[in-house]
Design a protein around this ligand. Structure first.
Ligand code: CMC
Length: 388
């Protein structure tokens, strides 16, 4: 008793064994089930990657057709869930809504709550992957006072999301295939990242036997913070605040100042001490989207590129091995597509859902015990209420 390994922030503690994702932070390598992330993003689609994470192999064409059908036929949410959205204040942050409504799925889908039943687990996984974009788009529609747009199962995963975001009863949004493909890639780039804070939260919640909807809601809550998924929103706010290339040096100086809490958002990573391989694909996707939309000389992109260049050459960032991470370019793409800043972290949550579920499923499919860390107690010794 009392002699525990102390590892604040878990910098050197492996909490589980896993076969899903491998990261070599020094080399900037990210593999899902052995496949490099750039190949998955460029040569597969998001549902291939969801299948890969969940089942361990890329799907054959038959397996893909069955999986796609299962996902695209669970996209609607129970009509009564609409009442949940309407209970939130109009100006609620969409992540606040997501924490609530995803947890609330537990109250609707009683045929997928028994974690000892393979079929229940399977249906819960499919439901979560298929309903997350619907819930995300509903959070947005509610915030702008428009009616919810029902999903369309004939569209791709990314295309259907854009449709639910931007279609109105007055006008059907024409899905641009380049933008739909970009959404698909962004979701793929976020799909899993081993034992980050939100995934570890999902595993810890799941280790108590909690149902999958409750576990994913816990993951969404952990993702929200600016040091994790909230960084994509923070990057765009930062670029807007910098406002002009002439101000970059001032912000770089602030990021280096120990007495200033400001950090360059979208820079640095606990594991990557090299260029984040996801950021490379994200940058290429950003170029594709801006050129498709004819956005030339986007001022925020110019600031981002200049900032990146200066930081990559700056002694402080080089020494501390601080490189751009996945969140650095995603916000510029979202903004160009017309997605508001407060939805960015929600989209991270949508993309990360198969990773969270794959880890939850991996854990409960094998022998596991409830997660129960200990602590180094630093408080009072025993004392008496009555005093001395
Ligand atoms: N700007 C300026 N200095 C930084 C930054 C930054 N973005 N990131 C780290 N540092 C410094 C930090 O001050 C510390 O310096 P020192 O050793 O002199 O005290 C050193 O680098 C190590 O930082 P740390 O906070 O001990 O590193 P960590 O592994 O605990 O934190 C991080 C990793 C991602 C939270 C951090 O780099 C950060 O806050 N980055 C900005 C937020 C961000 O972009 N988050 C997204 C992460 S990737 C996707 C995701 O998980 O959602």
């Amino acid at each position: 008793e009392g002699l525990f390994t102390y590892d604040p922030g878990f910098v050197s503690t492996a909490s589980c064994e896993s076969e899903i994702t491998y990261i070599d932070g020094a080399k900037g390598v990210l593999l899902h089930r052995g496949y490099p992330i750039d190949q998955l993003a460029n040569e597969c689609d998001y549902l291939d990657v969801c299948y890969l994470l969940l089942y361990g192999e890329l799907p054959s064409s038959d397996q893909k057709a069955t999986f796609e059908h299962a996902i695209m036929h669970h996209t609607m949410v129970h009509e009564q869930l609409h009442q949940f959205f309407k209970g939130f204040r109009r100006d609620s942050h969409p992540m606040a809504i997501m924490v609530g409504v995803v947890g609330a799925l537990s109250a609707f889908y009683h045929d997928s709550l028994d974690i000892s039943n393979d079929r229940h687990r399977e249906v819960a996984a499919h439901r979560l992957i298929s309903k997350m974009p619907t819930l995300a788009a509903m959070a947005y529609k509610y915030s702008i006072g428009q009616p919810f747009a029902y999903p369309r199962n004939d569209l791709s995963y990314g295309g259907n999301f854009l449709h639910m975001m931007f279609s109105t009863p007055a006008e059907e949004y024409k899905v641009n295939p380049v933008l739909a493909r970009a959404m698909d890639k962004i979701f793929t780039l976020h799909a899993d990242h081993e034992q980050n804070a939100s995934t570890s939260t999902v595993r810890l919640a799941g280790s108590s036997g909690a149902n999958p909807f409750a576990c994913i809601a816990a993951g969404i809550a952990a993702l929200w913070g600016p040091a994790h998924g909230g960084a994509n929103e923070a990057v765009l706010n930062m670029l807007e605040e910098i406002g002009d290339e002439a101000n970059i040096e001032e912000y770089i100086a602030r990021a280096k100042d120990k007495d200033d809490p400001f950090r360059l958002m979208g820079f640095g990573h606990r594991v990557y001490k090299n260029y984040d391989p996801r950021a490379k694909v994200m940058k290429a996707t950003c170029d594709e989207v801006l050129s498709e939309l004819g956005v030339q000389d986007d001022p925020l992109l110019k600031i981002a590129m200049r900032l990146e260049k200066i930081a990559l050459e700056d002694e402080y960032f080089v020494e501390k091995k601080l490189y751009p991470n996945v969140d650095f370019y995603s916000g510029i793409i979202f903004k160009a597509i017309g997605i508001p800043t407060d939805m960015f972290t929600v989209l991270f949550a949508v993309g990360r859902t198969p990773g969270w579920i794959a880890h939850w499923k991996e854990m409960i499919s094998g022998p596991y015990r409830i997660g129960r860390p200990r602590q180094l107690y630093k408080g009072y010794d025993q004392r008496d209420v009555s005093g001395d």
